[in-house]
Write a protein that binds this ligand. Structure first.
Ligand code: PLP
Length: 405
C-alpha cells in the first residue's frame, strides 16, 4: 500500500521560522537545557503584557461573544478600524471594506487564495516575512522577489521592482515597517512603488502590522494614504505586536481604492470569509478598545522605553563583533545582521544556526528562511531583556570567535 503523502500544492511552500531548528530546540528543552529563544516575534513570553483595558473589555464582552459573528466581523470593531484609518489620511474605507481575521496571517492567505490563478506572479520583498511567499505559492502563484537594499537602509529597490513586472504580475507586497530588517519606508519610496502599481494596474498588499512600533524619528506612512482612489490597496494590521496579544489572534484587512473595479475579486474574498465562518469573536471585541484607548506601546518605544533600550543594546553589541554588521532598525521587533562572508564563509546558514543552538543554546532564525538568497544573514528578535540580550550576544560572539564553517 502506498504511503499517505502531502499534497503537491505544498511542494513550494516553506515557513522555516517554525521549522527544524525550532523542533531541535524543543528537543533540547525536553532534555533539560534552557534555550534563549531569539526566533519568534511573540511579545508575551518576554514579559510584555497587554494593556489592562483590553483584557477587562474582553472579559466583560465574553458572555456576548459565544456565537459566530458576521463573517467580516463585528460592526463596532470594523467601525473602529474605519475611524482609525480616517485619522491616518485614508478616506475611502467603509465599514464593509474591513474584514477581521484570526490574526493577519489568515487574511494574507485568504486574500491571495481569492486572487491568484496558477502561475500568476506577486512581487514580494527579499528578505520577506515568509508567510507572504508561502501564501502566494499555496495559492498556485509565483512569488517573484524584489530586492530590499541593505546598502540603502534596506529600502525597496524600485528599479528592481519595475524590471520584474511581467504580464503575469498581479500585485506588489510592501512590508512596512519591515520584518526582518526593521526598515521604515519614506513616503517618496512608497509613492514611487504606488506609481508603478498605477501604471501597470497592480494591487498593493500593505502589511503594516508594525506600524506603531517605530524608533527615533521614524514616521510611518500608510500605503493606502498614498494609493488614493485609483490603486487598489489591501492594508493588513492587527493587535499581535503593538498590543502584545499575539495569542488572541486578532487582525484586520481593509480594502481601499477602485473597489468598483474589484467587485469580482471582493466577491471571492467574501466567499472565503464566509467559508471560514468568522474570526475568534472574543478577540474581535479587543479591537475597539485597543485602537481607541491609551497607546501604551509608546511608553515602550520612546527613549528609555524597554523596546528601544533592547534594540539599542542588541545593535551596539552585534556591531562590536568582528565581521558582523547590522543596520539600526527604525521599527518592528527585529535585527537582521550580516555575517561578512570573507570572515565567515558559511555555506548553509541553517547549519550555522543549528551549530549555534547546539553549542551555545541560543535560537536565531537563519536568513534564508526569509527568502534571502545568500547564507550570510540571520534574524534575532529584540524582545528579550537587556540582560538576556547581553548574555545571548556574548555567547554568539564566543561561538563566532572559533567558528569554522
Ligand atoms: N505580518 C508580519 C510582517 C509579521 O511579522 C507577522 C508575525 O510575525 C504577521 C504578519 C502575522 O501576524 P498575526 O499574528 O496577526 O497573524
Amino acid at each position: 500500500m502506498a504511503d499517505f503523502k502531502q499534497s503537491n500544492k505544498l511542494h513550494n511552500v516553506l515557513y522555516d521560522i517554525r521549522g527544524p531548528l525550532l523542533e531541535h530546540a524543543k528537543y533540547m528543552e525536553a532534555e533539560g537545557h534552557r534555550i534563549l529563544k531569539l526566533n519568534i516575534g511573540n511579545p508575551a513570553p518576554f514579559g510584555f503584557e497587554a494593556p489592562d483595558a483590553i483584557l477587562v473589555d474582553m472579559i466583560r464582552h465574553l458572555p456576548n461573544a459565544q456565537g459566530y459573528s458576521d463573517s467580516r466581523g463585528i460592526f463596532s470593531a470594523r467601525t473602529a478600524v474605519v475611524q482609525y484609518y480616517q485619522g491616518r489620511g485614508i478616506q475611502n474605507i467603509d465599514v464593509d471594506d474591513v474584514y477581521l481575521g484570526n490574526g493577519v496571517s489568515e487574511l494574507i492567505t485568504l486574500s491571495l487564495q481569492a486572487l491568484l490563478n496558477n502561475g500568476e506572479e506577486v512581487l514580494v520583498p527579499t528578505p520577506d516575512y515568509p508567510l507572504w511567499t508561502a501564501s502566494v505559492s499555496l495559492a498556485g502563484g509565483t512569488a517573484v522577489h524584489y530586492l530590499c537594499d541593505e546598502s540603502n537602509s534596506w529600502w525597496p529597490d524600485v528599479e528592481d521592482i519595475e524590471s520584474k513586472i511581467t504580464p503575469q504580475t498581479r500585485g506588489i507586497v510592501l512590508i512596512n515597517p519591515n520584518n526582518p530588517t526593521g526598515a521604515v519606508y519614506p513616503r517618496s519610496v512608497i509613492k514611487q512603488i504606488v506609481d508603478l502599481a498605477r501604471r501597470h494596474d497592480l494591487i498593493i498588499f500593505a502589511d503594516e502590522i508594525y506600524e506603531k512600533i517605530l524608533y527615533d524619528d521614524a514616521v510611518h506612512v500608510n500605503a493606502a494614504s498614498v494609493t488614493g482612489d485609483d490603486v487598489l490597496c489591501l492594508t493588513f494590521s492587527g493587535l499581535s505586536k503593538a498590543y502584545r496579544i499575539a495569542g488572541f489572534r486578532s487582525g484586520w484587512m481593509a480594502i481601499s481604492g477602485p473597489k468598483h473595479r474589484a467587485a469580482d475579486y471582493i466577491e471571492g474574498i467574501n466567499l472565503l470569509a464566509n467559508m471560514r465562518l468568522c474570526a475568534n469573536v472574543p478577540a474581535q471585541h479587543a479591537i475597539q478598545t485597543a485602537l481607541g484607548g491609551y497607546q501604551s506601546i509608546n511608553d515602550l518605544i520612546l527613549p528609555g522605553g524597554r523596546l528601544r533600550q533592547q534594540r539599542d543594546k542588541a545593535h551596539e553589541l552585534l556591531n562590536a563583533i568582528p565581521g558582523v554588521s547590522c543596520e539600526l532598525a527604525q521599527g518592528a521587533l527585529y535585527l537582521f545582521p550580516r555575517l561578512d562572508p570573507e570572515v565567515y564563509p558559511i555555506k548553509s546558514d541553517e547549519q550555522f544556526a543549528l551549530d549555534l543552538l547546539k553549542q551555545q543554546k541560543i535560537l536565531i532564525s537563519h536568513g534564508t528562511a526569509f527568502n534571502w538568497t545568500n547564507p550570510d544573514h540571520f534574524r534575532m528578535v529584540t524582545l528579550p531583556s537587556v540582560e538576556d540580550i547581553e548574555d545571548a550576544i556574548g555567547r554568539l560572539a564566543e561561538f563566532l570567535s572559533t567558528y569554522k564553517p
